[in-house]
Design a protein around this ligand. Structure first.
Ligand code: AMP
Ligand code: ZN
Length: 108
């Protein structure tokens, strides 16, 4: 059984309200928000960090960005603006080693 927190969330071992899900990607609110709107966009596939991405993962990364774009519109921050952040390895602030993108916005 995976010890990965995000795999547990995706596998519904940990109850979480998804704001988006499709066959490849899920999104949910960050438990410790750093902005008025703070979502996490997470691929179902367990990939530890950006450093181990392969060319085959390129469509998945595109999918994550497009999902973030759609969520920004849905949550009303598309026009005011938002940040998409991917932390890489411990020195880059990564705490959960299942790749994910932060969507931060709603300041104005
Ligand atoms: P990172 O530092 O880039 O690895 O980001 C991990 C993020 O996951 C942090 O912003 C945490 O607040 C968030 N997080 C940790 N546990 C949960 C959880 N159970 N549900 C939602 N977000 C979580
Ligand atoms: Zn995982």
């Amino acid at each position: 059984m995976s010890e990965c927190l995000f795999c547990k969330i995706i596998g519904r071992e940990i109850p979480t309200d998804f704001v988006f899900e499709d066959q490849e990607v899920v999104a949910f609110k960050d438990i410790n928000p750093q902005a008025p709107l703070h979502l996490l966009i997470v691929p179902r596939k367990h990939i530890e960090t950006v450093n181990v991405l392969t060319p085959e993962d390129a469509p998945l990364i595109s999918r994550m960005i497009l999902a973030a774009r759609d969520l920004a519109k849905r949550f009303g921050v598309a026009q005011s603006g938002y940040r998409l952040v991917v932390n890489v390895e411990k020195g880059g602030g990564q705490e959960i080693f299942h790749i994910h993108m932060h969507l931060l916005g709603g300041w104005c």
